[in-house]
Design a binder for this molecule. Structure first.
Ligand code: B12
Length: 347
């Protein structure tokens, strides 16, 4: 790995720069990381490129290292905090007076991934928008109050994890019903944003750069009837959401009674099992809500990789899926979805 001690990096093309920045955020070297980007800015690197090609790209690598169990959750949290600090340092060095309209940038209710959409907010600010950045976890009613108070031209809504899609739908419907069009983004809306369309978003963009272009050249969009896509979710979805606590508890009790090694679980293993079962139910509910099994099968594929990296045998995921399925015999769509997930674990 290149270590830039005496020769500070001059451009994003310097070999080893990405590795070096990753090691700085991974070692908690906040000042080193800020110095590095300050040097890049001084050498004329555009702030947008630093945000996307360095900060965002490094965060994706942090995610891979966490998923592979090479980095602990604490190390990922610390690295993310430094990325946020670096982003703030880049922002502080760039002033652009607003020349376009006003835009509200927010995460949906229950969505804690604020950094990706913060990068979007900064990119929009640099493109001349007046940005109101509301950050993580914005409940729908508060979002609407904010729209009434500020009258923006658009809402940029982020959903990074598909379990938040029902809440995203509520927010999209509420924004559109007060006449503010929504651009959606974040991996939670699906590989090509297909669920954003289903939930009635006026536009979707894969990343910040695409969103900046879309908002500059294709805004306001042609807005359809906000109530056309207002109703999703059926009896099965409602049942699964309402019974979440019971589904997880019963699965846990059955597991404890039928899987002797669980008796030796420590608190951490017990909590992880509760969390995993909760994820099964939450992704199932989201899948039923938008009537697309891919949300669930994608979750199963991803979880299998994460568990494997932690030495958990594939049978554990199978057992979890079966324990939830056994409780949902009267719900055909839920059973079919869980079965599709089970098939993936037995391949
Ligand atoms: C840091 C992080 C966290 C932090 C977030 C802190 C913060 N302040 O942001 C914390 C610890 C809170 C967290 C929590 C969780 N996380 Co997390 N997290 C990450 C991580 C490592 C980095 C996120 C990031 O900053 N990415 C960098 C950004 C810049 O990348 P990007 O997605 O390309 O960004 C672009 C687009 O998303 C888009 N975009 C985003 N929003 C919007 C909005 C609009 C309008 C538009 C147009 C575009 C747009 O524009 C961005 C810029 O170009 C990712 C890994 C990853 N690869 O992203 C996992 C990841 C997203 N997390 C994941 C998971 C599972 C979780 C948890 C469920 C973990 C847990 N067991 O609790 C929770 C869920 C919390 C919740 N309810 O939200 C998974 C999601 C997997 C899946 N199946 O969906 C990932 C992918 C990790 C992994 N490899 O498995 N996480």
């Amino acid at each position: 790995m290149t270590v830039f001690t005496s020769n500070p990096p001059r451009s994003l093309d310097d070999p080893g720069l990405g590795d070096h920045f990753l090691s700085l955020v991974g070692d908690g070297d906040e000042y080193g990381a800020v110095d590095l980007v300050t040097g890049l800015l001084d050498n004329g690197t555009p702030a947008q490129r630093i945000m996307l090609d360095l900060i965002a790209a490094t965060q994706s690598r942090v995610g891979e290292l966490w998923a592979a169990n090479e980095w602990s959750v604490a190390r990922e949290h610390a690295a993310t905090a430094i990325s946020e600090r670096v982003l703030a340092a880049v922002s502080a060095r760039t002033t652009v007076r607003p020349t376009r309209g006003r835009i509200t940038v927010a995460c949906v209710d229950g969505e804690w991934h604020a950094l990706p959409v913060r990068i979007l907010g900064e990119m929009l600010r640099l493109d001349g928008w007046r940005v109101d950045f509301l950050g993580a976890n914005v409940p729908g009613p508060h979002l609407v109050t904010h729209l009434h108070q500020t009258g923006p031209d658009a809402v940029a809504l982020s959903c990074m994890i598909a379990t938040r899609l029902p809440r995203a739908h509520t927010a999209i419907t509420a924004c559109r019903s007060v006449g503010v069009p929504v651009i959606a983004g974040g991996r939670g809306f699906g590989p090509d944003g297909r669920w954003a369309q289903k939930l009635g978003a006026d536009a979707w963009a894969a990343g910040a750069e695409e969103a900046v272009a879309r908002l500059a050249h294709q805004w306001p969009p042609v807005v359809g009837d906000p109530y056309e896509t207002a109703f999703l979710g059926d009896d099965e979805y409602t049942y699964v959401v309402r019974s979440r606590g019971d589904l997880v508890r019963t699965a846990l009790d059955t597991l404890a009674a039928t899987y002797p090694p669980m008796a030796a679980y420590d608190q951490r293993q017990h909590d992880a099992t509760v969390e995993d079962l909760g994820h099964i139910v939450d992704f199932l509910a989201a899948s039923l809500y938008v009537a697309d099994q891919q949300i669930f099968t994608g979750f199963v594929e991803w979880t299998a990789v994460v568990l494997e990296a932690r030495g958990v045998p594939p049978v554990a995921l199978q057992v979890g899926l079966r324990l939830v399925k056994d409780q949902l015999r009267d719900y055909p769509a839920a059973c079919a979805t869980l079965e599709a997930g089970l098939r993936l674990t037995t391949r």
